[in-house]
Design a protein around this ligand. Structure first.
Ligand code: WQD
Length: 338
């Protein structure tokens, strides 16, 4: 079976490519390289440069490579940017997915893994977020991920395509320094950047209703997340036949929606303490005002993914931060602390 991995040159996508090839799967990467970097992809994996909005191109690639499954990660993912550019986000994330699904079902591909996000939940008011927790996204980005799930599920029901939507919680770390996240839009790289500039890490608000007053999230190592994709892909391929755009495909495919986290809450202050310990910087944080739209606590229930895929995260917070720091040093050697 050959898997097309869209967005396979991105931070998470490249980790998925490595995990899939290490597990013995044949893969082809499809990426527009708007933020992806082709050097992240192993040399023996073909990289096709293109957009999922180009349906004819996708159709040709599916046929040329005999693709039987797709893992779709190509998307825009900046929450703040999505507020300013909603039409761009809907076009890239929803229209790009719709066009891709059209080609996928026309080609009779059997399995489709969709990269979703905990952003679909918005501001959940529960201790552990289950997949049944109501989805009330707070940003156009989160809306596009929720709409994407609907599109994927509806297509599966109509055509027999086996589908899985994986709701990622807060992703960090790197399997190797070259694969590190180059974006500076999440807590871990933002703290690294402050330390590198000899500035204090910032805590966006310490008056939340949590034990230390700072926000709590569920951080997951990107290598664990990548392994969850392998598990999902295999579960779908063992149950999939092939989809048909006519809606006449006999047997229904699988339809999974799964939280991918560790099920463990860590506060911003605990994260910064661990980062300080790992990096040796030991710079006390400064508290600034709250960032609008931040929920106090978002932690996954991971029972369903354990039950459905037999998957569980193996790496801890220390692994995550140590590997993220190695990756940061690889790209910012000036950050080395002497
Ligand atoms: C984590 C916590 C910040 C930086 C976002 C998206 C989500 C998903 C993952 C894509 C928050 C606090 C941060 C800093 C801080 N993306 N913080 N000081 O907001 O939980 O999730 O990324 O799917 O959809 O919303 O992640 O890493 O930005 O923030 O105090 O310098 O760290 O306020 O509480 P978030 P984050």
């Amino acid at each position: 079976m050959t898997w097309l991995i869209t967005g396979g040159a991105g931070y998470i996508g490249a980790h998925v490519v490595h995990a899939m090839t290490e597990a013995g799967e044949r893969v082809v990467v499809y990426d527009d390289l708007s933020t992806g970097i082709s050097e992240r992809v192993p040399r023996d994996v073909p990289v096709v440069v293109g957009s999922t909005l180009d349906g004819d191109r996708v159709a040709r690639i599916l046929a040329e490579h005999d693709v039987t499954g797709v893992v779709h990660l190509a998307a825009k993912k900046q929450v703040g940017e999505s507020v300013d550019l909603p039409l761009h986000y809907y076009r890239e994330n929803v229209e790009g997915l719709r066009v891709l699904l059209e080609a996928v079902t026309a080609a009779g591909v059997g399995a489709f893994v969709f990269s979703s996000s905990a952003a679909v939940y918005g501001m959940p008011d529960v201790n552990l977020v289950t997949e049944e927790t109501p989805c009330v996204p707070m940003s156009p980005y989160g809306e596009t991920k929720l709409a994407g799930e609907w599109l994927v599920r509806a297509t599966g029901r109509a055509t027999g395509l086996s589908t899985a939507s994986l709701r990622y919680f807060n992703v960090a770390g790197a399997a190797s320094p070259e694969l590190a996240d180059l974006g500076v839009s999440n807590l871990v790289p933002m703290v690294f950047e402050q330390l590198t500039e000899h500035a204090p890490p910032r805590i966006f608000g310490d008056d939340y209703p949590t034990p230390d007053g700072t926000c709590i999230r569920d951080y997951i190592h990107v290598a664990d997340l990548a392994e969850a994709h392998v598990a999902a892909a295999r579960a779908l391929s063992s149950s999939s036949g092939s989809s048909g755009s006519s809606g006449s495909s006999g047997s229904p495919g699988r339809d999974l929606t799964l939280n991918i986290g560790r099920g463990e809450g860590v506060s911003v202050r605990e994260m910064i303490d661990t980062i300080n310990a790992v990096t040796g910087y030991d710079t006390p944080p400064t508290v600034t005002s709250r960032r609008p739209g931040d929920p106090a606590r978002v932690v996954a229930s991971v029972d369903r993914v354990a039950r459905e895929l037999g998957w569980k995260a193996r790496r801890d917070l220390h692994d995550m931060i140590t590997s993220a720091w190695q990756g940061w040093l690889h790209h910012h050697p000036e950050a080395a602390h002497t």
